[in-house]
Design a protein around this ligand. Structure first.
Ligand code: 13P
Ligand code: SF4
Length: 310
């Protein structure tokens, strides 16, 4: 790429020329968030993917998110700036093993968190995201037996909130499991006025300390509506860009990980860069595809979720 090229201008031009829309998750780098047509959490992004009339969806996020967009709009071309942008949580639940697990509970209904492969969604009854997981579980009769996967932390939090006994798959996200209870306690002591906010993919010991728990959109809204001036944020650090934009003057401190050398960046989300986004829009690839039989099976549980969340 010519270093003199204004990538913002070029992306904007190509977008109009090709009738493309850029959907970006809050964990993307700030430049990508700033050029996106829509930024959101997993639920917002799938709702947007379902209703767009663009010919091309450029998904600035990870593979399972682009797959969800493809399942909802199979006639559209879905591009992912880096095809290797995966997800440790999705990887923690191989569909073949999950199918065997499911066989042990034949009278259970399967709810899967959207952070999983299209194949896993095809094995599910309802999909959920972190912003509607409680609502989805509560929409089912109280005596309905439920398997929840792949995130054990989100599952345990939903079980606690709803009072339901969920059978959990033992999966987790590498970013949200890294926070240190001890270091957060020390940070809270140094910032007694700060609100501590956390994503439900965090471990229970971390969630227990939180003033608010929610999806990325929920966390962002909380920082806007709460009068506090300081927030300690236990989720991927990309969201802080939007928090700072929406709240001039407020201070956002990333929650400390258990290893001083680690950071709160998701290595999968951060594989996408503005340069790769430009190239994928220019070249029309890499494209995310899903076999038609999987699309047909995976679409039902996603649409069930969208109907409940409407
Ligand atoms: P939400 O944005 O839906 O809260 O999801 C967080 C996440 O981990 C996405 O990978
Ligand atoms: Fe997956 Fe965690 Fe990265 Fe989200 S933050 S994409 S759940 S590894």
């Amino acid at each position: 790429i010519d270093p003199a090229l204004d990538l913002f201008q070029e992306i904007d031009r190509l977008k109009k020329e090709k009738n493309a829309v850029i959907l970006a998750h809050y964990y993307q780098e700030p430049d990508i968030q700033d050029i996106a047509d829509y930024i959101g959490d997993s639920l917002g992004l799938s709702q947007e993917a379902a209703k767009t009339d663009a010919d091309i969806i450029v998904f600035a996020g990870v593979h399972f998110m682009a797959e969800t967009a493809k399942i909802l709009s199979p006639e559209k071309k879905v591009l992912l700036p880096d095809l290797k942008a995966g997800c440790s949580l999705s990887d923690s639940c191989p569909p073949k093993l999950f199918a065997k697990f499911k066989e042990k509970y034949p009278d259970h209904l399967v709810i899967t968190y959207v952070n999983c492969t299209a194949e896993l969604k095809a094995l599910s009854d309802i999909v959920c995201t972190s912003s509607n997981a409680v609502q989805i579980v509560e929409s089912l009769p109280k005596d309905q037996k439920i398997i929840f996967g792949p995130d054990r932390n989100l599952g345990a939090w939903v079980a606690k909130k709803t009072g339901r006994d969920l059978v959990l798959w033992n999966g987790a996200c590498m970013v949200h499991e890294i926070f240190s209870q001890q270091r957060i306690l020390k940070l809270k002591a140094r910032h007694p006025e700060a609100k501590f906010i956390a994503h439900p993919e965090c471990e229970e010991v971390v969630l227990q300390m939180a003033d608010y728990i929610g999806s990325t959109t929920g966390l962002l809204k909380y920082t806007i509506n709460d009068p506090a001036n300081e927030f300690i944020v236990a989720t991927e650090s990309g969201i802080i860009h939007q928090m700072e934009k929406a709240n001039p003057g407020k201070v956002f401190i990333p929650a400390p990980p258990n290893n001083a050398c680690a950071c709160n960046d998701c290595p999968h989300m951060k594989r996408n860069t503005l340069e790769k986004l430009y190239l994928c829009l220019k070249n029309g690839l890499p494209e995310v595809t899903v076999p038609m039989d999987i699309i047909v099976k995976a679409k039902k549980p996603i649409e069930r979720m969208l109907d409940i969340s409407a």
